[in-house]
Design a protein around this ligand. Structure first.
Ligand SMILES: *Cc1c(COP(=O)(O)O)cnc(C)c1O
Length: 368
């Protein structure tokens, strides 16, 4: 059960990974050898399209070194040209971060900031588009990991269908764990990373892009290392070759993680497990006196925010006590109410959440 684990990570990433994913890192790889480029990187790129239900005539993938934010920054800065205008609708820290990226790069942009408990709806997007009629690019976060709220990208996609916008979705914490019909929704750039729902380890991210939109990024970037057009060209030409040193061990682990996603039964099956994790967690926590921040209809199965049960709740002590018992949870990140978060994703199962709730009951001195 413990599989060489110091503790179980119930966090928004990096997450608890399987022993086999960690073992996949025990070999070294040469970055210009075809065993690695064709046998690992190219297969990953094909597999990502398969997981996404896409065919490679209209969509393609770019892998990029760094954490997820590097990919968000690369996508925004390579796709928004000086004559364009980016509209960001934010309801949390990751939406806000897209605004920071736009500001750093001097992009022409507007950001609409909602309350952290308010979903980004089609109505809100349409109203923002009336206010900013010169918008060419729309960026939203799918699962806002700040709270665990799931923004309804399906209704947003339907509402903007005739606007011919470039639609950018930060699906960092949902891709692989929540089914997303990328082509059906007309998503132009979808961004995610190795260490979230695919259950790999941290070190790189990826962008699933509509080919025509990625081709239009040629020559736009002011950053060499974040130029996803150039990175893509090199990967295509070199059959999986990265421009600069790639995180070989992390990439090999991701290759294994994709296999395990397939073995589990794909995204639908993984989603079911996460749903169950979430249900066991929330029902159990409610029994011991905790309340979830969000109503269930806004809640994702990815991560759950809980309100402090009383004003003088000592989160630091609670965190330490849980860590002693083998579970690492996460502080809250919102201004509206004191909260903490518990992640439902990774190589974690309903039984783990049963055990967690038992420990919480024990720490709180209550019986279930
Ligand atoms: C994890 C995450 C990111 C990227 O964060 P990094 O710390 O750069 O990996 C971006 N957006 C969302 C919604 C996330 O959950």
């Amino acid at each position: 059960m413990t599989e060489n684990r110091n503790y179980l990570l119930l966090t928004p990433g990096p997450l608890s990974t399987s022993l086999s994913v960690r073992q996949a890192m025990l070999q070294d790889w040469c970055t210009w050898d075809k065993d690695y480029n064709e046998g690992v990187v190219t297969v990953i790129r094909q597999e990502l399209l398969k997981v996404a239900g896409l065919d490679d005539s209209s969509y393609t993938t770019v892998l990029l070194q760094g954490s997820g934010t590097y990919c968000v920054e690369a996508t925004l800065s390579c796709s928004v040209k000086p004559e364009d205008k980016l509209l960001i609708i934010s309801n949390g820290a990751y939406g806000k971060r897209m605004g920071e990226i736009a500001r750093y790069h001097g992009l022409n942009y507007a950001i609409i900031s909602l309350k952290e408990t308010e979903p980004v709806t089609a109505d809100i997007v349409l109203r923002a588009l009336v206010e900013h009629p010169d918008t060419t690019h729309l960026a939203v976060v799918h699962c806002e990991t700040t709270t665990g709220i799931l923004n309804p990208i399906e209704e947003i996609a339907a509402a903007i269908k005739d606007h011919e916008l470039t639609f950018i979705v930060d699906a960092m914490s949902s891709f692989g764990g929540i089914p997303i019909d990328i082509a059906g929704l007309g998503i132009d750039f979808l961004i995610s990373s190795a260490n979230k729902c695919v259950q790999g380890v941290p070190g790189f991210g990826f962008i699933i892009a509509k080919r025509s939109r990625l081709e239009a990024c040629k020559g736009v970037s002011h950053s060499l290392s974040l130029d996803i057009y150039d990175q893509w060209k090199e990967m295509e030409k070199g059959h999986g070759k990265w421009r600069f040193t790639s995180p070989t061990h992390v990439v090999r682990a991701f290759f294994q993680a994709l296999r395990e996603l397939q073995d589990e039964g794909g995204v639908e099956a993984r989603n079911k497990r996460y749903q169950k994790n979430h249900r066991v967690l929330v029902e159990g926590m409610e029994q011991v006196g905790f309340k979830a921040l969000l109503p269930s209809e806004l809640q994702s199965p990815i991560i759950t925010s809980f309100l402090y049960p009383e004003d003088n709740f000592d989160f630091a002590a609670f965190y330490e006590a849980l860590k002693q018992r083998g579970f690492v949870i996460y502080p809250g990140k919102i201004s509206e109410a004191p909260t903490f978060r518990i992640g439902n994703i990774g190589d974690v199962f309903p039984e783990d959440f049963e055990r967690l709730v038992q420990q919480v009951a024990d720490i709180r001195g209550g019986v279930r």
